[in-house]
Write a protein that binds this ligand. Sequence first.
Ligand code: 0CM
Ligand code: SF4
Length: 316
Amino acid sequence: MTKPQLTIYLAAPRGFCAGVDRAIKIVEMAIEKWGAPVYVRHEIVHNKFVVDSLRDKGAVFVEELDECPDDRPVIFSAHGVPKSVPAAAAKREMIYVDATCPLVSKVHIEAERHYDNGLQMIMIGHAGHPETLGTMGQLPDGEVLLVETVEDVAQVDVRDPSKLAFVTQTTLSVDDTTDIVAALRERFPAIVGPHKEDICYATTNRQEAVKAIAPDCDALLVVGAPNSSNSKRLVEVAAKNGCNYAQLVQRATDIDWRALEGISSLGITAGASAPEVLVNEVIDAFRDRFDATVELVETAQENVEFKVPRVLRVPA
Ligand code: 0CM
Ligand code: SF4
């Protein structure tokens, strides 16, 4: 039987960003240096395949520092942690290594700087996401107000509209955030903040790449995890930009083949925490069922690299 023809538009950039690459290497280096087990507070990045691979090498993943013994090293995930976490680790004289992405740390520093200048902080982010908890946790409890939507901006109750600043999560939808920032600036003209928002280069580039292919795709699959904010945003971007069927898949086994019957064009991308091996697995699954041609659509080139410390330094 002849296979149906399929053009696969493979988005670039996609997949691992510099912060994810660095965080994974830190866990690997820690296991090499201190032996197993090395504890990791929260999934180092939001990807089951990555987490399972590191677990096989000797990492133990926990959600809270309380679950770690005093005498084993602990690594904080790429998403960042509230200040109370390293403080508690130091108090217990634990060895800890912070794998927070430098672009998230930059936002932490910004929030602190504004606070020190006497400004009340507003964070644009998703409630309960570890990055939001970590950034809000740089300041004392209750000092950061969270807004998730344009509607929230109308409701937010500030101390003094002339003394305000905002920061954002790094993995938000660029377009939705533009609207929220505009609403903030309209209601609080004196608000201080970044030129646009704090969304990172990787998030921005992956969304741009999806925008370029979405209108030409009968369907688009994002390789990524359901708890990965940046991956979920890619699905939304595809849907908002003219693709009628956009889905998140963790592995090829998640593909709903019935829903894809009759397609002749498919977009594929991957969130910043999804390894390329899983993208290839998905492409191979399509090659099994279709006469597939892969076309790379590259909208930007990335050459960002974050240094991994050669020796993991133990905080004093
Ligand atoms: O923040 P998000 O949920 O997108 O995290 P992730 O682990 O999927 O991606 C990389 C990062 C960060 C910070
Ligand atoms: Fe850093 Fe952006 Fe990657 Fe998050 S998605 S780890 S902020 S580079």
